[in-house]
Design a protein around this ligand. Structure first.
Ligand SMILES: Cc1cc2nc3c(=O)[nH]c(=O)nc-3n(C[C@H](O)[C@H](O)[C@H](O)COP(=O)(O)O)c2cc1C
Length: 345
């Protein structure tokens, strides 16, 4: 079960505590266990957290784990885990106060924990120097993006379009460079704009992630039935080598909200539900779908084979000749391949 009421209690002896709801059916099953394992979820595990906090019978599906020496589940990808022996259970109103004695503990990954605040999830941001490095844009990444500039400008000129360089920083995507001229009513630059790294946006980064990280990303989709569709769409991105964003009503609303968020007129509350309805990477690419394409994104790989950043073509004029859009797609993927070569990927 997910608990937000976890707290450290004593160092000598080492004790921790949490407060389960008396009405919780999960707690009813755990109550008789002699020992248990506390897993500290990472800021990358919002999807998993939502799933484990649900009452869905398949809530453990896809929650990959190994067993500790005592047979308790240690979830993959957590920041740390603490295995405890039940010490005492005390009455605490409609909750109980469970104290556990720490038997063993381990840091699993150098990341930040997931936080819950006012009904939403986020991550810890250090206000002072702390042990863990904040995931951020590195100067090395910026250097790579800068080497893509001639290619981005060439694409903008040739296709009368705008081109973006997008990086993934932890749980967000950020636009770090743009080329091409803005239309009259459009913002002059999108550099600095950030988006949550959730399906279907960012599929170009997710498609080449290792299996476990990819599944964590898919888990960010709240609706379980949609996850399989997202998984299939990722396969298509991998085999096609590019990602397509198509126009639909959600996209129109999303674009206008993004503009006013960038202008500081509103907050990004509720954006995730909208993102869920965006139209990306359909199975069939018929002329009707081709006509709706609004962004074409291709990956630039680094020397380790990971996606270093993505190049996105947008704001292009509708090609008038048949096969025009295929030529645009080919131009973006060739451009990204050339940049990959230039940065030694
Ligand atoms: C962020 C968060 C914190 C939670 N903290 C607690 C908690 O401290 N104690 C508790 O009993 N339930 C807590 N819950 C609720 C349980 O994780 C879970 O939703 C509930 O147990 C599901 O009902 P069930 O146990 O009957 O299946 C929390 C849920 C979330 C999402």
């Amino acid at each position: 079960m997910v608990v937000g009421s976890f707290v450290s209690v004593s160092l000598e002896p080492p004790l921790i505590a949490f407060f389960p709801d008396r009405a919780s059916s999960s707690w009813a099953k755990l109550r008789d266990c002699e020992n248990f394992c506390v897993n500290i979820l990472s800021s990358e595990q919002e999807g998993l957290c939502r799933k484990l906090a649900s009452k869905s019978p398949d809530k453990f599906e896809g929650a990959s784990h190994r067993n500790s020496a005592r047979g308790n589940p240690v979830l993959d990808g957590v920041v740390a885990w603490i295995e405890c022996q039940r010490h005492s259970i005390a009455d605490a109103g409609d909750h109980e106060l469970v104290i556990g004695r720490v038997l063993s503990l381990e840091i699993e990954t150098a990341g930040y924990p997931l936080l819950f605040f006012q009904g939403g999830y986020g991550r810890f941001a250090p206000a002072s120097i702390s042990a863990v490095e904040t995931p951020g844009l590195t100067l090395g990444q910026l250097r790579c993006v800068d080497r893509a500039r001639p290619e981005m400008e060439a694409m903008s000129d040739e296709l009368t379009a705008r081109c973006l360089a997008v990086v993934q920083i932890g749980a967000e995507l950020a636009i770090v460079a743009n080329s091409g001229r803005a239309r009259r009513d459009a913002p002059g630059t999108l550099v600095g704009q950030r988006l949550p790294f959730v399906p279907p946006t960012g599929s170009i980064f997710a498609a080449w992630l290792p299996d476990r990280a990819r599944e964590n990303w898919i888990d960010r989709v709240a609706n379980g039935e949609r996850r399989q569709a997202v998984r299939m769409a990722l396969e298509r991105v991998r085999s096609r080598g590019y990602s397509l964003g198509l126009l639909n009503d959600a996209q129109r609303e999303f674009s206008s909200r993004i503009d006013s968020i960038a202008a500081g007129l509103e907050h990004s509350v509720g954006l995730e539900a909208l993102i869920d309805s965006l139209y990306y990477d359909p199975e069939n690419l018929t002329p009707a779908e081709y006509a709706l394409i609004r962004v074409i994104t291709a990956p630039v790989f680094d020397a380790t084979g990971e996606v270093s950043f993505a190049l996105t073509l947008y704001d292009f004029q509708k090609p008038t000749v048949t096969g025009g859009i295929e030529k645009y797609i080919a131009r973006v993927t060739e451009g990204a391949a050339r940049v990959t070569k230039r940065i030694g990927g």
